[in-house]
Write a protein that binds this ligand. Structure first.
Ligand code: AFP
Length: 320
């Protein structure tokens, strides 16, 4: 039987590619690896456990109802990141403010611990998205500036998709690799080495329910997709939509609308990490005008329009 490479082995083997101290990356990723497995366990039994499934009764900073699994995943990722000492502070989509550990750690993390959580109750794929940045500030406490770095400064980014199988996909700026969780041994195994985004594709993903709010350019592009008989695929879980398009070739659009010119998605927790991965796979990510990774964030929970996926399709969508 051919030897299957585990995520732990792969990280150790490739840690020389990480720009900073050897060993730090493996410690950083260990939290995501472990938390991902634990969230996966809870997601898989969500239908059985009444105390996990369903709304928590609180709202997050975006004013969205928090599902119980959101809260579980957020607490778990924060606890594990705190325990390994490399991370000084975390900004999460689920928390109003930065969560400080005051430990002088060299890195900060931004994350969406459970993206697409309105899909939990209906058994549809959801995901975790994360970014790791080197701190700019020194001293025991991280600052807001540590988090307001442009996306091109990410030292690593990744996502976990909890779908028909659970996968962890990440990049440290040297390509993108994907690992599938083998539930029989509880280990992520290298299943998708050197993932590359097809330059073109046949799938477009957009919430067409917002049609009357879209600009003429966006409507023109969608009309063109229909004339070419392309396939419309939209899960409403960004990680799952992005993952499918990365494998098959496609474009995901969440443009600004008349009511919400900056769209819905968050720059720090969703757009930047996925833009980093898209570019590392040879794809593209823009806000309709500018490269996502060059945007200068001004606030933690900033929103941005997002055009992401196969490079030729992103270009065509921008032309309108
Ligand atoms: P939820 O976490 O509230 O389900 O939002 C998911 C999400 O941020 C992203 O994963 C989806 O692609 C997008 O919102 C869907 O938004 P619409 O429901 O407006 O299409």
């Amino acid at each position: 039987m051919a030897h299957v490479k585990t995520l732990a082995e792969f990280i150790t083997e490739r840690q020389h590619e990480f720009t900073y101290a050897t060993g730090e990356l493996s410690q950083l990723l260990t939290s995501f690896r472990l938390a991902g497995k634990m969230v996966n366990r809870e997601v898989n039994k969500a239908g059985l456990a009444e105390d996990i499934l369903g709304a928590q009764g609180t709202e997050n900073v975006q004013g969205e109802a928090q599902q119980k699994l959101d809260v579980y995943a957020n607490d778990l990722f924060i606890r594990l990141l705190k325990s390994q000492g490399m991370v000084c502070a975390v900004a999460s989509e689920e928390n109003d403010d930065i969560v400080h550990f005051d430990n002088g750690g060299k890195y900060v993390v931004t994350m969406d611990p459970l993206d697409g959580s309105s899909n939990i109750d209906v058994n549809v794929s959801i995901g975790t998205i994360f970014s790791i940045y080197k701190r700019i500030s020194t001293g025991p406490k991280a600052t807001l500036e540590d988090f307001l770095q442009p996306g091109r400064a990410q030292v690593a980014a990744g996502y976990i998709v909890y779908g028909s199988s659970t996968m962890l996909v990440y990049s440290t700026g040297h390509g993108v690799n994907g690992f599938t969780l083998d539930p029989s041994i509880g280990t992520f195994c290298l299943s998708h080495p050197n993932m590359t985004s097809p330059a073109d594709g046949k799938i477009y993903s957009i919430n067409e329910g917002n049609w009357y709010e879209f600009s003429d350019g966006v409507r023109n592009y969608i009309d063109g997709c229909k004339q070419k008989k392309m396939s419309a695929r939209y899960i409403g879980s960004l990680v799952a939509d992005f993952h499918r398009n990365l494998l098959k070739g496609g474009v995901y659009l969440y443009p600004g609308t008349a009511k919400a010119p900056k769209g819905k998605l968050r720059l720090l927790y969703e757009a930047n990490p996925l833009a980093f991965l898209a570019e590392q796979a040879g794809g593209k990510a823009t806000d309709g005008t500018a490269r996502i990774l060059d945007l200068m964030p001004t606030e933690l929970h900033q929103r941005t329009p997002l055009y992401i996926g196969s490079s030729q399709m992103v270009d065509a969508a921008m032309r309108g």
